[in-house]
Design a protein around this ligand. Structure first.
Ligand SMILES: C[S@@+](CC[C@H](N)C(=O)[O-])C[C@H]1O[C@@H](n2cnc3c(N)ncnc32)[C@H](O)[C@@H]1O
Length: 436
């Protein structure tokens, strides 16, 4: 496919996903099925155009003065890809498979319109209804935070110390030019190709042997700051597919006992194979079994309980630009209810003197500091670990992380703008010796 034909396809796909309110990934998959002639390069380039347009949906629409699929793609070429009007006009020449030529109005807007006078939610490319909650967290910086969340995310790997070290992993994937992480000593970062395509990492021998896992550096930091004790008893209460479970196991050097639970059996399912691949022998997966309480024997026994809570995922908008626009206020209210309930459940398992780590990939106070404050009000037996103490788990890098992150008494907030990671909130609490 020519670059112009890919643009036409992007306009078509965006038209479908907006009209049918369907996830971009589904629409792209359907498009691939009905256009078998398109090669993997075409499909990757198309996906990249579609996701870039979604990342910059508000600013692209502002530039073009309309939110049509064509307007979003043309505006994106200017705001995300930096193409000037002449370059865009060359692509849109109206030839077979190319988009129709630019109208006079489109030409004028692409040449002259700017984001200078746009409101924060447009410059930051986030839904308008989230302006107030984001202003409460970031104040005047919210547009810049949003803009950083509208960039593409790099591909981050975590080296599995149960299988080898960073040098060994770097050598095995040297053809991908990995760079060491800024904060996590386990992280390797791989830059994406110019069109946003990631290398086929899951086919690499280093991945197949369990030496590297795909995990954002922010997520890696969250598990490190939770500081699972070697030889201790740890419960990962919202383990999902096991991203943090595997890291906790490695941080514990495979010693002690790590229990992994999730109330969604399907989400938990991949963990079995991943634990095998990682050689994480101290992990015991506790699958939900209907109404049975499968964690009863862990009550009051855990040195650490990690709550990697279900959340709105506002911190991962770089990877899910689609979810950003589909998020509704009702979903936030729902997640807040779940978070409070899960925190209360988690408290049952923490032993006196044990710790409770609360993590979200959200930026919103409602899901972060407010949840922690609510928990502490309901459980006066717990106290906060000050972020200054929490970052000691990262050694010297902890100090620079603390300076870069947004610090609140309740925890640290990482963001793409501040720490070049996904957005993560991390809070640590300790149960006093008395009842929690
Ligand atoms: C942010 S995801 C976990 C991601 C995972 N820890 C990782 O690092 O890959 C949140 C998880 O919480 C689970 N969850 C939601 N409500 C729960 C509950 N009441 N008890 C346990 N897990 C729950 C969801 O099924 C989801 O898998």
């Amino acid at each position: 496919m020519t670059p112009a034909a890919r643009l036409s396809a992007a306009i078509e796909v965006i038209g479908t996903l907006l009209a049918e309110r369907r996830p971009a990934a589904d629409v792209l998959k359907d498009w691939g099925r009905s256009h078998r002639f398109a090669g993997s390069g075409d499909r990757a380039a198309l996906a990249s155009l579609v996701y870039d347009a979604l990342r910059r949906r508000a600013s692209a629409a502002w530039i073009m003065g309309e939110e049509s699929p064509r307007g979003l793609v043309l505006g994106m070429l200017k705001v995300a890809r930096g193409l000037d009007v002449a370059a865009i006009a060359t692509l849109c020449d109206g030839s077979r498979f190319a988009p129709a030529p630019l109208s006079e109005a489109e030409h004028a807007r692409l040449a002259q319109a700017s984001l200078d006078d746009a409101p924060a939610h447009v410059r930051g490319d986030y839904p308008e209804w989230l302006d107030t909650p984001l202003a409460a967290v970031f104040g005047e910086g919210r547009a810049e935070e949003g803009a950083a969340l509208a960039e593409r995310a790099p591909l981050d790997l975590r080296v599995n110390s149960l299988k080898g070290d960073v040098d060994k992993a770097s050598e095995l994937i040297s053809h991908l030019s990995p760079e060491p992480g800024r904060w996590s000593p386990l992280a390797l970062r791989i830059a994406l190709e110019a069109d946003g395509k990631a290398p086929p990492l899951t086919s690499e021998p280093a991945y197949l042997k369990g030496l590297v896992e795909i995990q954002d550096e922010g997520s890696q930091i969250a598990a490190i700051l939770a500081a699972p004790p070697r030889g201790g008893q740890v419960l990962d209460l919202c383990a999902g597919g096991g991203g943090k479970t595997l890291e906790l196991a490695a941080l514990m050097d495979g010693a002690g006992q790590l229990y992994a639970y999730d109330d969604d059996l399907r989400r938990l399912a991949p963990i079995h194979e991943r634990v095998q691949r990682a050689g994480a022998h101290n992990v015991q997966v506790r699958s939900p079994r209907g109404k049975m309480d499968v964690l009863e024997d862990l009550e009051d026994r855990m040195d650490l309980v990690l709550v990697d809570a279900p959340c709105t995922g506002t911190g991962t908008w770089r990877r899910n630009p689609d979810a950003k626009w589909r998020m509704r206020p009702g979903a936030l209210a729902e997640r807040m209810k779940e978070q409070a309930l899960i925190l209360d459940t988690a408290a049952r398992y923490v032993k006196p003197g044990g710790r409770l780590a609360y993590v979200t990939c959200s930026l919103l106070d409602e899901e972060n500091v407010d949840q922690v404050r609510g928990f502490l009000d309901r459980h006066p037996g717990y106290r906060l670990v000050p972020p200054a103490e929490m970052v000691l788990a990262l050694g010297e890098r902890g100090m620079t992380l603390r300076a870069a992150a947004l610090e609140r008494p309740e925890g640290l907030l990482l963001t793409p703008r501040r720490t070049a990671t996904d957005g993560f909130f991390i809070s640590l609490m300790v149960r006093g010796d008395q009842a929690g």
